[in-house]
Design a protein around this ligand. Sequence first.
Ligand code: ADP
Ligand code: MG
Length: 238
Amino acid sequence: MARLSLRGIKKRFKETEVLHGIDLEIGDKEFVVFVGPSGCGKSTLLRLIAGLDPITEGEFILNDRSMVSVPPSRRGIAMVFQSYALYPHMDVYENMAFGARLMGLDKAEVESRIAEASRMLKLDELLKRRPRELSGGQRQRVAIGRALVRKPDVFLFDEPLSNLDAALRADVRLEIARLHNDLGATMIYVTHDQVEAMTLADRIVVMNQGRIEQVGSPRELYETPANTFVATFIGSPK
Ligand code: ADP
Ligand code: MG
């Protein structure tokens, strides 16, 4: 179970405010996709949720508990990056085991979780390979597997498909949709790609310059965009 509340979240880097007060409730098992142009604050918001960067102002509640001073490894949240962020000197197995060991899981539990994740993501044959011996799609599956073995309540994805070619993008996108169905985890997904947003999301959050323009189902945003920015971004005829 995972429910999140973002309340008045602001982020400043030195003098510059890049998030101006984000308010959003995300429900258990929801698939929420953040879209918006480059530089509007999507990655910054994910990093605050993951705990990789401190919130300047506002409150972030996960399952009735404030997360503001909880370290990343204790939040029950795992993030998958666009750049995969795999350790080049470790093989696939070690890449997946690393975060799980940091959580204090014993060897047998780590092994069984990796076996399960490898099966789900079709990585069984690749466990001894280094990242440089993998294709882009395989690397991204390892990055997803690494998140999976932590069994998080919440998955964060930051443009996970943007380094993949079109065919692989469709594959990995389906994989992520399937994981959402199978695991029943809450997923927060960032993209600048409207097609990804429309096909994956229960709800889409349209951001612009550090603010939320509109939140709604893909259909609501398409049929009743709040303004021309949303209409243009979603590609609706208004
Ligand atoms: P998006 O992911 O939507 O493209 P980002 O969240 O990466 O946007 O960036 C939002 C804004 O915050 C940009 O103007 C960016 O330059 C700025 N920014 C992001 N990280 C930092 C940082 N560590 N220091 C200073 N400015 C930053
Ligand atoms: Mg970004």
